[in-house]
Design a binder for this molecule. Sequence first.
Ligand SMILES: Nc1nc2c(ncn2[C@@H]2O[C@H](COP(=O)(O)OP(=O)(O)OP(=O)(O)O)[C@@H](O)[C@H]2O)c(=O)[nH]1
Ligand SMILES: [Mg+2]
Ligand SMILES: [Zn+2]
Length: 317
Amino acid sequence: MAVHRGKIAVAGAGPDRLITPAIPHGDAEEYQPAVGDWLLIDPETEQLSRILGRANLFKRRPPGNGRGLQLIAANVDTLFIVASCNQDFNVARVERYLVLAREVGVEPVVILTKADLTATPEIFVAAARGLQHDLVVEAVNARDPGSADRLAAWCGKGETVALLGSSGVGKSTLINTLRGSQTIPTQAVREGDGKGRHTTTVRQLHRLEQGGWLLDTPGMRELQLSDAAAGLAAVFDDIISLAQHCRFSNCTHEQEPGCAVQAELAAKKLDPVRLDRWRKLAAEDASNSVGLAARRSRAAAFGTVVRSRPRESDADE
Ligand SMILES: Nc1nc2c(ncn2[C@@H]2O[C@H](COP(=O)(O)OP(=O)(O)OP(=O)(O)O)[C@@H](O)[C@H]2O)c(=O)[nH]1
Ligand SMILES: [Mg+2]
Ligand SMILES: [Zn+2]
């Protein structure tokens, strides 16, 4: 239900309680409980005996120089990517969350809060819709039940919806409104730049009366991509399929002759800013990723064909 420092909150047969799981097999992700996990707990010792197989798992590299991976949420049905219609809105940040959702294979919905604070919410909606064909984008006033109600379709019985987004965008506000209560603390954003104050500090599931679950998370300052080649390929599929038509298979799309990407740019059919974002994300993913599979798909994304490697070295990476 929630992950605190060193303790996890569990619910199920018996009273809801906090347990301190001894992690028996090191900190590999399959032994580390995440919010949304189904656990088998020994009723006598209250120790965690097993984490059941996950339908999906959101994780990230911890910010700064932290090692390992931080588990964000497991067994999610829908991801609400929350951003607000104000000066804090950043299309590149929404795009990062979108890549993550596609990588994990969870249906994303972009929720644009604070639609009541702008005269032109449609500008924000158009910017978000431009990120991917058929992307669902909803502009709402997170404080108004009548407005938040249009999100109810994703929050039905047995559905788990995780809310991710920067601090101050209104994730907790939205959950309070959808639950018809004010139990989760929220806090006004800073005057000058509209940024939040990191009010929520714990990842936690909240139950809706109609049987759905909303997973509140602390605002993330930094969402570094790693091992997200499939997510990048999904969000930037147009650029990647163009790259297959470049004359050279290792084209960097800078100034090579016969570059299909440059041709598309010249014909003004491709947004140079978006191409630039793709380059940055792909480079970041490449430097953060480990393992041969990741290196291979990264190479494919950059138009390089990995051919020279002898087969037998594929085995144990
Ligand atoms: N007018 C208006 N205010 C909103 C809306 N959504 C959120 N707010 C306000 O924005 C502030 C921040 O909301 P929170 O719900 O605390 O934001 P959060 O995303 O949970 O932030 P963290 O917990 O720090 O990650 C609060 O003062 C909310 O009342 C909205 O749609 N319209
Ligand atoms: Mg919050
Ligand atoms: Zn090219």
